[in-house]
Design a protein around this ligand. Structure first.
Ligand code: G1P
Length: 291
């Protein structure tokens, strides 16, 4: 088994019901934060973390994602003819940035099932999972931080953040304790998907970045439907925990839930404020609003 993390799986088959009506026809992964579809943020993060091969799990109606990461001959030819070299570079860059394979998830059986669809592409090597809804702003890419911990600790690693109060029920939640040598590392002893607030084993919520060993595929094959009647990735990793070490990692950076309307607004404002072309103008605009 190669220990290098070279492949990343992007589950993108979901219906995006939290973002209706925008997602009636448009895949939620294609909604933009400023000017980039949210899935592109994840793909760029994966590439910046050393990933060489991306596997996107798609479903019905998700074809625009494939078009997005492909050449657009008409657009490119028009831009070339008009001498718009800078825009041409933007368009070509998206088409060539990564080696991407697509797998159709024919039945919406859950996140664990979506990841399992990538089994044949990943094979017998550790791999990453990135949930495109979670857009993460970080100096060192979040996935790179997890891969460094994976290399050091030799066990699967899940990104986490502290979530206080009833909001914890929207997440997978870890049980365990912080590592005395490095409080960012959480030594996992269990985990539960979307617990009731009163049953949550900790405030350590799983965020959509994982580095996993391939054993999880075999365990996912045996995983029964759990929370919401779906085959949950959290339950597959919980089974992995009986055989191997699993760690949480409080990454340095900020995560936005861009699959949610308010999260998308927050991401849009914060990413836009960082843009040199209009960040200052937006700051001045926001300051002048009668709030
Ligand atoms: C998924 C996972 C959950 C995780 C969350 C992070 O849930 O099942 O464990 O905490 O992503 O965004 P979803 O948001 O798809 O319901």
């Amino acid at each position: 088994m190669s220990s290098e993390v070279r492949k990343a799986v992007f589950p993108a088959g979901g219906l995006g019901t939290r973002f209706l009506p925008a997602t009636k026809v448009i895949p939620k992964e294609m909604l933009p934060v400023v000017d980039k579809p949210i899935i592109q943020y994840g793909v760029e993060e994966a590439i910046a973390s050393g990933i060489e091969h991306i596997i996107i799990i798609t479903g019905r109606g998700k074809g625009t994602m494939e078009d997005h990461f492909d050449h657009s001959f008409e657009l490119d030819a028009t831009l070339e003819r008009r001498g718009k070299q800078d825009l041409l570079a933007v368009s070509r860059n998206v088409a060539t940035m990564a080696r991407i394979s697509y797998v159709r998830q024919k039945d919406p059986l859950g996140l664990g099932h979506a990841v399992l669809c990538a089994k044949d592409f990943v094979g017998d090597e550790p791999f990453a999972v990135l949930l495109p809804d979670d857009v993460i702003d970080a100096e060192v890419p979040c996935l790179k931080q997890l891969i460094d911990v994976f290399d050091e600790k030799d066990g699967s690693v899940l990104a986490t953040q502290t979530v206080e109060g009833p909001a914890i029920s929207a997440y997978g939640v870890l049980a365990g304790s912080p590592d005395p040598a490095n409080p960012r590392i959480y030594n996992c002893t269990g985990m539960v998907e979307k617990p009731k607030f009163e049953d949550a084993p900790s405030t350590q919520a799983i965020v959509g970045r994982y580095v996993l060993t391939p054993r999880v595929f075999e365990l996912l094959e045996q995983t029964q439907p759990g929370a919401g009647g779906e085959i949950q990735l959290t339950d597959g990793i919980k089974a992995l925990l009986k055989e191997e070490k699993v760690f949480g990692y409080t990454f340095a950076g900020k995560r936005f839930d861009a699959g949610d309307k308010f999260g998308m607004l927050q991401a849009t404002i914060e990413f836009a404020l960082k843009r040199p072309e209009f960040g200052d103008d937006l700051r001045a605009y926001l300051k002048n609003l009668p709030l």
